[in-house]
Design a protein around this ligand. Structure first.
Ligand code: COA
Ligand code: MG
Length: 289
């Protein structure tokens, strides 16, 4: 399941939802967590159910709901409402580790069966760095639960946990604690064999900044990114797609190894390539489709 661009859509705006369907995102995340005030949760659940029911037919985007975190006591109600045909996945915020994936998955199991959905259809994306405890449990997502497809990370909630007054340097880059969270999310995803998705880029009126930042994400190994505004989706898709030059080089590397099956190292254009480069070249070709 490709998750290069996942767009957050507030559950309180049908207009935004209708617009979001046509912007080319791989998935839409409807939010029941922090963008919905507690007195409005029940109404938001009802709204989302209507949207899920109205969009069960074939479509080129997947349907996600960000539920309330497990320690709020609201997750069960959220799941009871939204686990129904048409839903593709749950985004679990403030996850504390692999145990939380097992817990929420066990909550989904009977609801999925009651809804007549195939077992395991509902996938899970975890926001893996939003609590202090989470930071010490990033290794626990492996071996990955069969429902787990991606890890992403968040800087805002983690900042509030430690009492940070800012999470950005003057030049806009992440301060040290959030670089650590971002890097550990990347390694945790690789360790679990699931997709690593970089966190959102809040400055939604800065398309150049977003694309430059996404190129850094891709360079580092992330395969996608969260979006908060429709205008961000095209830039994210562009930045995460390998360039023609990347694809051409990857083809040559793969061809050189295929043509020399006994070799573990080859030279091309005066540069050495070995097995990690071959793996990366294959990954580039796979992501180019
Ligand atoms: N999904 C779908 N449509 C959206 C959208 C979103 N996330 N964000 C904006 N739009 C729509 C607007 O409704 C507007 O539509 P229109 O042209 O038909 O009037 C258009 O895109 C342009 O919006 P714009 O005026 O540039 O932004 P805004 O000031 O209306 O909204 C935000 C700014 C940040 C409030 C809005 O982008 C948003 O709600 N983002 C998601 C926030 C969220 O879900 N956060 C929780 C996770 S962190
Ligand atoms: Mg949050």
């Amino acid at each position: 399941m490709r998750l290069t661009s996942l767009l957050f859509v507030p559950a309180d705006s049908e207009k935004k939802f209708e617009k979001a369907k046509g912007v080319g995102a791989d998935g839409l995340i409807l939010d029941l967590e922090d963008s919905v005030a507690p007195p409005n949760k029940a109404a938001a659940r009802e709204t989302l159910c209507g949207w899920i029911d109205a969009n069960k037919g074939p479509r080129d985007w997947s349907f996600w709901v960000r539920v309330n975190p497990l320690d709020t006591g609201m997750t069960a109600e959220d799941l009871k409402a939204v686990v129904r045909p048409g839903l593709d996945g749950i985004v679990l915020p403030k996850s504390n580790g692999g145990q939380d994936v097992a817990t929420i998955s066990a909550m989904i199991d009977p609801l999925e069966a009651q809804a007549g959905m195939s077992a395991g259809h509902i996938k899970i994306v975890v926001v893996a760095t939003e609590t202090a405890a989470a930071m010490f449990n990033l290794g626990s997502y492996a071996p990955a639960h069969p429902r787990l497809v991606a890890l992403t990370w968040g800087a805002e909630d983690l900042g509030a946990v430690v009492g940070a007054t800012s999470n950005k340097e003057a030049d806009g880059s992440w301060t040290q604690p959030y670089q650590l969270a971002r890097s550990l999310c990347l390694f945790a995803a690789a360790n679990a064999g699931v997709q690593a998705l970089d966190t959102l880029y809040a400055d939604f009126r800065n398309p150049e900044g977003l694309e430059a930042s996404c190129r850094v994400s891709r360079r580092d190994g992330f395969v996608g990114r969260l979006a908060i505004h429709p205008d961000q989706v095209a830039g994210i898709r562009r930045a995460f797609a390998p360039s023609e030059a990347d694809v051409a080089l990857a083809r040559r590397i793969v061809a050189a190894f295929d043509g020399n099956p006994g070799l573990g190292t080859i030279g091309l254009d005066g540069k050495m390539y070995d097995i990690p480069h071959l793996k990366q070249a294959r990954r580039t070709l796979a992501s180019a489709g």
